[in-house]
Design a protein around this ligand. Structure first.
Ligand code: 13P
Length: 253
């Protein structure tokens, strides 16, 4: 059966010292509060190795925020899946809407990144979600289905063992406008149905589907009590120890 997961996407925030302090404090809290859902944090790339060494992986997993489409070579500024694997990293976000918006990420590049991650046994946290106008014009179910299927090309599905999906409606990210539990649940059920129809019951049942977009300490509990919401991908609130720990306790392990 699938895991309950609360992941914090730190985006481009925190100094080195702040990152270490938050990660180690969280590590201590998670250790003291078992059983607890799986906690994952995704810091900036320059902190990955230090945090991998600084936390206990039985309590906190570390994820990259992005990965290159390429295996290796002359791609200045990029980080390959092979390199992430070489420092012992097991998770990476892929397809985040901020990458799609600011760095020309397309469904095609997301599929290439997925392929790289699977080639190096790194579990993708695949981010999908519609824009406001797509929801307003009632295209949100089709848009999300298409993003999901484009990312899961046949050569990827062949190797599909672990998959985490994060449904993050773009209009809810950083806006304070959380999707309602009903809106989120119906999309999560849709995503699980697509996984079921296309790839079978095992993948549909075993894939944790996280909700992301302005999750905070007061909205988390109702969101996480929905049957197809297996946890959250939290941005801003994951930078605050009190808020993030409260969000984690909002879900039953
Ligand atoms: P916020 O929680 O700040 O809206 O960010 C959500 C997000 O983008 C997580 O990946």
């Amino acid at each position: 059966m699938r895991d309950k997961i609360v992941a914090g996407n730190w985006k481009m925030n925190l100094s080195f010292e702040e990152a270490i302090h938050l990660a180690t404090t969280l590590n201590g809290w998670v250790a003291d509060n078992q059983p607890i859902p799986q906690v994952i944090i995704a810091p900036s790339a320059i902190y990955l190795q230090t945090l991998l060494e600084g936390v206990d992986e039985q309590y906190i997993k570390i994820a990259a925020q992005d990965v290159s489409t390429h295996e290796k070579g002359a791609y200045t500024g990029e980080i390959s899946a092979q390199q992430l694997d070489s420092i012992g990293l097991d998770y990476s976000l892929v397809g985040h809407s901020e990458q799609r918006q600011y760095h020309g990420e397309t469904d095609e590049t997301v599929a290439q990144k997925m392929e790289q991650l699977y080639a190096h046994q790194i579990t993708p946290i695949l981010c999908i979600g519609e824009q406001l106008e797509e929801r307003q014009s009632d295209r949100h179910f089709d848009v999300v289905k298409n993003q999901l299927l484009q990312a899961l090309k046949p050569q990827i599905v062949e190797n599909l063992t672990n998959l985490i999906v994060a449904y993050e409606p773009v209009w809810a990210i950083g806006t304070g406008q959380t999707a309602s539990p009903e809106q989120a649940q119906e999309m999560h059920a849709h995503i699980r149905q697509v996984l079921l129809e296309e790839f079978g019951v095992e993948l549909a049942n075993n894939t944790s589907i996280l909700y992301g977009g302005s999750v905070n300490a007061s909205t988390a509990e109702e969101l996480f009590s929905q049957p197809d919401i297996d946890g959250g991908l939290v941005g801003g609130a994951s930078l605050k120890y009190e808020d993030f720990t409260q969000i984690i306790t909002s879900i039953k392990a």
